[in-house]
Design a protein around this ligand. Structure first.
Ligand code: ZN
Length: 240
């Protein structure tokens, strides 16, 4: 569930600034190291974020021309391109990221109102209006800025983005077969997010917005969160 187009475009812009800063803070040695993402070094992650911009440009082309242009030729092709990209020199990867991000922005800036409403298909197979593309990009640059491991945390991301992210993730999780029911509460604010239709006996977790987002995005085990009965936070299946 994406926020409005105007809001999503703000998050894409701000997320790109945040990713740029996280990347500038990551020296080449850090990018050679493993990340918290399974089997990926920083170079894999950077290749993925650059390739994601190119893939989302395909959706912008689809919206502009009406000719079906998928993000990736296939899931296997996506993974092979990330693997091949990860072997490129780090300087090339930095340049690829910067150029692809700028080109995506220019492509989106050029869309007319009718083109924005054109249906396109995400890598997960959902058919959405092209207006969802900036939100898809915002999620990538914001969350992967944390994954780079150069010091950016969920607490550094804009509060409004974290709320939109929690809305999106909890709706997605609620539609996942056999997802454990859960009630998510913001400890020091008004936010509540039911996941998978929780009954009165469902586990409840509460914490700061950034901690909740990290947990629901699969970036923390939730040990920083409080639970209603003092039990550990439930282990969650993958988000995406
Ligand atoms: Zn990603």
């Amino acid at each position: 569930m994406a926020p409005s187009l105007d809001r999503s475009r703000i998050w894409m812009e701000e997320g790109t600034v945040i990713f740029d800063a996280a990347l500038a803070a990551a020296d080449d040695e850090l990018l050679n190291d493993a990340t918290e993402l399974d089997g990926w070094t920083g170079r894999h992650l950077l290749a993925h974020v650059a390739a994601n911009a190119d893939a989302l440009r395909n959706l912008a082309t689809w919206a502009r021309t009406g000719t079906e242009t998928p993000m990736y030729a296939s899931p296997g092709q996506r993974d092979r391109d990330i693997e091949a990209g990860s072997t490129r020199p780090v300087g090339d990867l930095r340049d690829w990221y910067a150029a692809s991000a700028a080109a995506l922005r220019a492509d989106l800036d050029a869309l007319s109102p009718e083109q924005w409403s054109h249906p396109v298909r995400t890598a997960q197979g959902r058919t959405v209006a092209a207006t969802e593309v900036p939100w898809l990009r915002a999620r990538e640059v914001m969350v992967h800025a944390v994954d780079l491991g150069s010091g950016t945390t969920f607490a550094d991301l804009p509060e409004g983005f974290l709320r939109d992210l929690l809305d999106d993730i909890t709706v997605k999780r609620s539609g996942t077969a056999d997802h454990p029911p859960l009630m998510v509460r913001e400890a020091d604010g008004p936010g509540t997010w039911p996941v998978a239709q929780p009954g009165p006996d469902a586990p409840q977790v509460s914490g700061a917005l950034a901690q909740l987002a990290a947990y629901l995005a699969g970036r923390s085990d939730g040990s920083a969160l409080a639970t209603a009965d003092g039990a550990p936070s439930p282990t969650l299946p993958r988000w995406l």
